[in-house]
Design a protein around this ligand. Sequence first.
Ligand code: F6P
Length: 350
Amino acid sequence: MKKIGVLTGGGDCPGLNATIRAVVRKGIIDYRYKMYGILEGWKGLIDGNIKELDMNSTAGILYRGGTIIGTSRTNPFGKDNKGDPERILENIKKLDLHAIVSIGGEDTQGAAFKLSEMGVNVVGIPKTIDNDLPGTDYTFGFDTAVNIATEAIDRLHTTAESHNRVMVVEVMGRHTGWIAMFAGIAGGADIILIPEKPVDMDEVYETIRKRHKRGRNFSIVVVSEGIKLPVKDNEESGFVLQSTKKDAYGHVMLGGIGSVLAKMIEERTGFETRCTVLGHTQRGGTPTAFDRVLSTRFGIAAMELIHKGESGKIVVLRGNKIISIELKEVMGHYKTVDDYWYDLTKVFSV
Ligand code: F6P
C-alpha cells in the first residue's frame, strides 16, 4: 500500500479543507493509498510530523475554513534552514512516503519545485486569496476573499452615503491587485488602486471632487495593501508596513496604507474620510461554492497525476478545464492584473 502525504503551506485560505478532503478520498477510494497529513507545511517534513488521514477524519470539512493539518511559512531552502532539505529527504524515506501533494502559493510551490529536482515525487495545487500564481486562471481562496470584500464594500456604502463620507477600504494583495480589482468592480467602487499601476493622487482628489460637484457626496476607494504612494513631486514612497520583520521567504508584513491614503484625501479635499482594513477576515470562514468546486477538482486532478507517476507538476485551471503544467513554469514571477481590467474601471472612475 503506497503512502501519500499532503501538506498546506503559506497563509491559510478558504478551500484548503475541501482540497484535503478530495485528495484523501480520491487516494483511498480509487487507488487504495494510505493517506497522511503533513503537519504545518514544510515544517512537518523537516520534523517528520505526520498523521494518518482517513474517510472519517476528513468528513464534514468541505465547508470549513482554515486547514485541519495546519500551515506555516517555513521555507526549507531559507538561509536559516541549513540542512533542512536533506532532513526532508531523510524523513520522506523514513516515513516511506511515495509522493507529496503540496497545496500552496508561489513560495510553497517554489520549495516543491526544488525538492522535485532533488528526486522527491511532488505535485502542486495552487491556492492563495491573492490569485497571483501564474499559469492558472484562478487559485482557490480568491473567489471567497472577493465575496467577503464585496460584502464589506456594500456595507460601507450605506455609511458613506448617510454621512457624506469618503470610505477607504484596504484589501489584501501583496504583489498584485486582483482582490481590489474584482471586489472594487463588484462593489461599485469609485476608485481602485492596485500595485500594478502608479498612483496619481491628483487624479484621485479630482475624481472625488467631481463626484461631489455632481451631487454624489460620498466615494468608495478600494486599495490593495501593496501599493506605494507618491509622496512629493510624484516620487514613489515605500510600502506602508505593520512591521519590518521579514518572513522566511523574505516578505515584509504589509498593512496600513489605507489610513495614510484616507488622511491624504481628507487633508486635500476637505471631505470627511474613514478607513477600514479588511485584513485576515478575507482569509477566514467558509469557502464559496466556486472555491469548493475548484479545490475539489484540483484535489482529484492532483491525485490522478500522482497515480500516473507524474512529478514536478502543478494542476491549474485554464478556461473550464483542469490541466497540468511544469512547476518551474510558475516560479519566480507573479500573475499581475493586466490593462483589460484597468481600462474597464475607467468608465466608473469619473
Ligand atoms: O499571501 C496571502 C496573504 O494573505 C497576503 O495577501 C498578505 O499580504 C499576507 O498573506 C499576510 O500574511 P500573514 O497572514 O502572515 O500576515
